[in-house]
Design a protein around this ligand. Structure first.
Ligand SMILES: *Cc1c(COP(=O)(O)O)cnc(C)c1O
Length: 406
């Protein structure tokens, strides 16, 4: 490796080890995932699917992909899985491509209510190619408004309804969405990029029995390599596979597919369930403590690994808070709250997630400490000495929770 890059990787290891990571979409891949991702499988071209490749020399990678498929199907109890998407966004592209024509109508969750770019944002391919009609959370409960979805479905007769979010702290009622989709004769697509780990561990309801398509990333709560997967009913399998390759991708990343298989193996272990339970315990503990300290939690609480804080009563923006906390070694992201009136670069809120710190071994008492640090930093926002002092304290604290052993 060039000296420059290996030096930068060392610096990144040090950054990760010495800061507290509350970014809800991040996690720390275990060593066995890093090993597979860093393997010689990266050398192999394997366009096509096991047994039907466009290249020779695929006998071993065929076994790798078949094993990933077998373990993925076992983990999610699904009829079909495609393990080739390079990312969550590529997975979503393939789902739309498999079943829709440009200009078709899709109902998707508004980005400002917690949805994802690929669910119809105007700057994204999804919003440019398809006719997206946004649905929202209820302004009162800040939870999904299934009545609105039903009314919009009725009115617009979409070809597809997409649900799933990047910043939504409540269970999603997949059965209700299924009923709406069925009554309106439309496809149901659920994007579980954030909650896949919770679903695999059976502590979040599963959309698999209800949805035509389910897409996910593998690097968020699922704690695997950076990548995507798509699960579907058997009737959609052929058109889905064709939409991934040749429809939207060339050669699969066999090293990443191997790491996905390792991630599925990891997720099938009893320790994984204990881990996910702790993720949610930590999330609920933090949200409750913030409430005790007079912070407003969007929707009033959380059922999963994340929650949003509305900072308006603290008279500090999301962006300012993000910067302030980063100076002390606490890393998170500013986030729009539902019906936010400030621009997405400023925001009135922050998003807090517990998957990464829980992987490090943080328990309830540790995350309570983090809540108090955040509160003190916000209270002492104009006191740079305080921020510096806390940075040292947080650095020492992090040493007690090493992420990688060597
Ligand atoms: C993260 C995310 C994605 C996209 O994943 P990438 O791998 O970043 O492309 C898609 N949908 C949702 C809901 C997400 O949270």
């Amino acid at each position: 490796m060039t000296n420059i890059v290996s030096e930068l990787i060392k610096q990144e290891v040090e950054r990760e080890e010495s800061t507290i990571n509350l970014i809800a979409s991040e996690n720390y891949a275990p060593q066995n995932i890093l090993d597979a991702t860093g393997s010689v499988l990266t050398n192999k071209y394997a366009e096509g699917y096991p047994g039907k490749r466009y290249y020779g020399g695929c006998e071993i990678v065929d076994k790798v992909e078949l094993y990933a498929i077998e373990q993925g199907r076992k983990l999610f109890s699904c009829e079909h899985i495609n393990v080739q998407p390079h990312s969550g966004s590529s997975a979503n592209f393939a789902v739309y491509l498999s079943s829709l024509k440009p200009g078709d109508t899709i109902l998707g969750m508004d980005l400002s209510c917690g949805g994802h770019l690929t669910h119809g944002h105007k700057v994204n391919f999804s919003g440019k190619i398809y006719n997206f009609i946004p649905y929202h959370v209820s302004p009162e409960t800040e939870q999904l408004d299934y009545n609105e979805i039903e009314i919009l479905a009725n009115q617009h007769q979409p070809k597809m309804i997409v649900a799933g979010a990047s910043a939504y702290s409540r269970f999603i009622d997949f059965e209700k969405l299924y009923d709406i989709a069925k009554r309106n004769n439309t496809l149901l697509f659920i994007d579980i990029a954030h909650i896949a780990g919770l679903i695999a561990a059976e502590i979040h309801p599963s959309p698999i029995p209800y949805a035509d398509f389910v897409s996910s990333t593998t690097h968020k709560t699922l704690r695997g390599p950076r990548g995507g997967i798509i699960l579907s009913k058997l009737d959609h399998a052929q058109k889905l596979d064709r939409a991934v390759m040749p429809g939207s991708q060339g050669g699969p990343l066999m090293h990443v597919i191997a790491a996905k298989a390792v991630a599925f193996d990891n997720a099938l272990s009893p320790e994984f369930k204990t881990y996910q339970e702790q993720v949610v315990k930590n999330s609920k503990t933090m949200a409750q403590e913030f409430k005790n300290l007079n912070y407003r939690i969007v929707s009033g609480g959380t059922d999963n690994h994340l929650f949003l804080i509305d900072l308006r009563n603290k008279e500090i923006s999301g962006k300012e808070t993000e910067k302030l906390l980063e100076q002390a070694g606490i890393v998170l992201n500013c986030n729009s709250i539902p019906f936010d009136t400030t621009p997405p670069t400023v925001t009135s809120g922050i998003r807090i997630g517990t998957p990464a710190v829980t992987t490090r071994g943080f328990k309830e008492s540790n995350v309570l400490q983090v809540v108090h640090w955040i509160d003190e930093l916000i209270k002492n926002r104009n006191n740079t000495d305080f921020t510096k002092k806390l940075k040292v304290e947080i650095h020492d604290f992090c040493k007690k929770f090493p992420i990688y052993k060597n």
